[in-house]
Ligand binder design. Structure first.
Ligand code: NBG
Length: 834
């Protein structure tokens, strides 16, 4: 124990008796003392002279102290036990702020608040100082963060491997309503939550060529002769479990040049050339790829992918396993989960390590490799399934390309044996596509190598089996399974919605935080008028909180007393922010045309939050149009107090935490068959918002669980979408048939939202009427009818609150703890300790 002492070394003797041997005292006094020490000796300032950033950093370091003992002990316990580890390989972790979560996990919220008060500081001001690490684009990265939270809370041994991007997801601002991207320098003011380990750096090779040679045993062998390399430096982040003393690890890799710069050149005065190599190497982890579901064949992206998985595999084998470990037993010590296709290059990398560096026979290596990997697919859009041109792979990773070819050859032999004479099938299933360019289909490689392949919601897993990978599911029906996504109740309920959490705990005890199905016990309270009243009061308070935040953050003034109708998620055509926009415009049109008296409608505020990939033209046009509509409506006295549209810039995890608990209505309106799961939908339901949604992704399961009466369903189901597609979809025919749609589009076309300028909306209208790939026109009437049902339901506040409470009570299934239990059972064959 004594070797782990990190706590105070100069406590007054009488105090020392009170505090535990390790770590600072768990009381206000102990906290204050540790904080002052961090401020004085860590930041090097007095309290009087300190800035808010100094105070925040000192506070973060203080809280970190309380986690250290758990972290060290967890690591030791796991090593001693020789645990099988879940190696979660993910190019993205959208973590959100660390301070709040660390305080919650270690049960220090109250102590910290009082301690800061005692120092004359306001905890909320310090919390607001933290810039969240935005190391992910959207749902996929946030899911990874929820999963590691759950694994720590369930005391499952997990290392989350990823990339320490110097710049995370861009910071969005609006200029004249148009999106402008700014770099997200989340590290600029210090990064108190990470532990660099430069002494554990490892070299990662790239480029060059391969050579064959005869080994000492007379066997033909292959050697990769790379042409350049970089260093991978690991940074540790702590992943605390909820009040169980467990702290798991995220291991994120940062790139450094192998020789910092060429000293000779530097001495000769050629500074630029001297640092060129360094810049080149360090570019690898410079920025997060902003593409979401629309990957582009970018060389740097492949470099990032190989960089982090190669570093992770090497590191696990060298540093986590005992030195004399027999790699034939590797599957007994690790199970790598491939989070989408980004880390799939790990498969040929493990083959290379085993065959080229550890002298395995090919078949043996393949057997070990297959047992080490499982693959999760997160999409249904064909363009989001990564392929890497053979030319690029051969240039960057020549040995890996050879290995992929060999894996493919063996695999196709298996296919031909199973389906003799079916050459078309073999060609369809090949990991190497020939058109439009020769390229490796990473999803196929993953599917072949993985023990299990899963989708992320029931519907998605079914479509994955039947439509995306039908040949593979025919060959290996047992390989395919489903795990419906989930979200962590710690961050997204307990932390984000303290008012509702208190109410729930008062009603059913606090066990729900780690056993979310217990929310069921709330069901009877839906019929309790006093409870409903209090539930509504919490919503009102949450809306106030949001109003204050948006006032300070964005200068947006939200009206009071409105229904809050929220659509937050990445901007993508398949998600159909445009359909939401058309609803708003149609409502506005009916009010200003006199068809409907503004005084008779339910006052509504629509809130959007969405980033568009910088190169995604249609998405950016949609943002501009939403902002234009928001502005016009905001300035129109005819609808004042009845209708408002707010679009705060830079939607992120931090904003979500205040926005979601305030929402009444959750918009989940993707075209059926396109949203793999969605996880925002779960967060809203768990915070007592009702969903208006299509039969898509996890909406299907939400509706099943909360009940059709408490969910507003609309639009085509997936088979109808497929049928309409097959028949030939003509969006303009809907324009002709639906008077409401016509009036709505005509108003936009008239330039009513663009200062009379018709040209700026031309491209968007043209797309809606002539292409409309995601069939917003076809679902428009049905969407409006569902919105009318929303108004009707909302008018009866008692009924609405009942539904909202039932949404909470019946959504316990959507905890990421349950998702993790499913992975443990269906995929990893592991047991949780708790
Ligand atoms: C996203 C899906 C979402 C899903 C998350 C997490 C990608 C490639 N996919 O529907 O679009 O909820 O993954 O599974 O980001």
């Amino acid at each position: 124990m004594a070797t782990y002492v990190t706590g105070p070394h100069f406590e007054p003797t009488h105090e020392r008796a009170k505090v535990p041997a390790v770590g600072p005292g768990r009381d206000v006094d102990g906290f204050v003392r540790q904080f002052m020490r961090e401020l004085n000796y860590g930041q090097g300032v007095s309290l009087a002279r300190s800035t808010v950033n100094d105070q925040y950093l000192a506070l973060a370091h203080t809280v970190r102290h309380y986690l250290m003992q758990g972290w060290i002990q967890t690591g030791k316990r796991r090593r001693d036990a020789g645990d099988r580890v879940v190696g979660y390989l993910s190019a993205e972790y959208l973590l959100g702020r660390q301070l709040d979560n660390a305080l919650l996990a270690s049960d220090l919220q109250e102590i910290a608040r009082e301690a800061m008060n005692a120092c004359g500081l306001d905890l909320d001001i310090l919390r607001a100082q933290e810039i969240e690490p935005g190391l992910g684009n959207g749902g996929l990265g946030r899911l990874a963060a929820c999963f590691v939270d759950s694994l720590a809370t369930m005391d499952v041994s997990c290392i989350g491997y990823g990339i320490r991007y110097e710049y995370g997801i861009f910071k969005q601002t609006f200029v004249d309503g148009r999106q402008v991207e700014e770099p997200d320098s989340w590290l600029a003011l210090g990064s108190p939550w990470e532990f660099p380990q430069p002494d554990r750096a490892t070299r990662i090779d790239f480029g060059g060529h391969t050579e064959t040679y005869t080994g000492e045993d007379g066997r033909e062998r292959v050697r990769w002769v790379p042409s350049w390399d970089v260093q991978a430096i690991p940074y540790h982040l702590l992943v605390p479990g909820y009040r169980n003393g467990v702290v798991n690890t995220l291991r994120l890799w940062s790139a450094r040049a192998t020789s910092a710069f060429d000293l000779q050149l530097f001495n000769q005065g050629d500074y630029a050339e001297a640092v060129r190599a360094r810049t080149f190497a360090e570019n690898i982890t410079k920025v997060l790829y902003p593409e979401d579901s629309t990957p582009q064949g970018r060389e740097l992206r492949l470099q990032q992918q190989y960089f982090f998985v190669a570093a992770s595999l090497k590191d696990f084998i060298r540093h986590t396993l005992p030195a004399d470990f027999d790699l034939h037993q590797l599957p007994e010590r690790i199970t790598f989960q491939l989070n989408d296709t980004h880390p799939v290059i790990a498969i040929p990398e493990l083959m290379r390590l085993l065959v080229d560096e550890h002298d395995f026979e090919w078949e043996q290596a393949w057997d070990v490799t297959r047992r080490c990997f499982d693959y999760t697919c997160h999409t249904l859009l064909p363009e989001a399934l990564e392929v890497w041109p053979v030319e690029l792979l051969g240039r960057l990773l020549p040995r890996h390309l050879e290995i992929i070819y060999r894996i493919n050859e063996d695999f196709l032999a298996e296919v031909r044996e199973a389906f003799p004479g079916d050459e078309l099938r073999a060609r369809r299933m090949s990991m190497v596509q020939e058109h439009p360019v020769r390229a490796v289909r990473m999803a196929y490689l993953a599917t072949v190598a993985a023990s299990k392949v899963n989708g992320v919601a029931e519907l998605h897993s079914r479509l994955l089996r039947d439509k995306v990978l039908p040949d593979f599911s025919e060959l290996w029906p047992d390989k395919f399974t489903n795990v419906t996504n989930g979200v962590t109740p710690r961050r997204f309920v307990r932390m984000a919605n303290p008012g509702m959490s208190e109410l729930i705990t008062e009603a059913i005890g606090e066990g729900w935080v780690t056993d979310l199905e217990r929310l069921r016990e709330l069901e009877p309270f839906a019929d309790d008028a006093a409870f409903r009243e209090r539930f509504r009061a919490v919503k009102v308070a949450n809306k106030d909180r949001l109003r204050q935040l948006l006032h300070h953050r964005d200068g947006i003034e939200l009206p009071e007393g409105h229904m809050l109708d929220v659509m937050v998620k990445r901007l993508h055509e398949y998600k159909r922010q445009s359909l939401k926009l058309l609803h708003i415009v149609s409502l506005y049109e009916r009010l200003i045309s006199g068809e409907v008296d503004p005084a008779t409608i339910t006052p509504r505020t629509f809130v959007f939050g969405a980033k568009a990939a910088p190169g995604y033209h249609m998405a950016k046009e949609t943002i501009a149009l939403i902002n234009a509509v928001a502005k016009t409506i905001g300035e129109d006295p005819r609808v004042e107090g009845r209708l408002a549209v707010a679009f705060p810039a830079n939607y992120n995890v931090t904003l979500a935490e205040t926005l979601i608990p305030a929402a009444d209505l959750s918009e989940q309106i993707s075209l059926a068959g396109k949203e793999a799961s969605g996880t925002g939908n779960m967060k809203f339901a768990l915070n007592g918002a009702l969903t208006i949604g299509t039969d898509d992704g996890a909406n299907v399961e939400i509706r099943e669980l909360v009940g059709g009466d408490n969910f507003f369903l609309f639009g085509m189901a997936e088979p109808e979408v497929a049928a309409l597609q097959a028949k030939g979809y003509v969006p303009s025919s809907f324009y002709q048939q639906s008077p409401q749609l016509k009036r709505t589009l005509d108003l936009i076309a008239s330039g009513a939202f663009t200062g009379g300028d018709r040209s700026t909306v031309g491209a968007v209208l043209d797309d809606w009427l002539n292409t409309d790939r995601f069939m917003a026109m076809a679902d428009f009437d049905s969407y409006l009818a569902a919105q009318a049902r929303v108004d009707e339901a909302y008018a009866d506040q008692d009924r609405w609150s009942r539904s909202a409470i039932l949404n909470v009570a019946r959504s316990g299934f959507f905890s990421s703890d349950r998702s993790m239990r499913n992975y443990l059972q269906r995929i990893w064959d592991l047991k949780a300790r708790s």
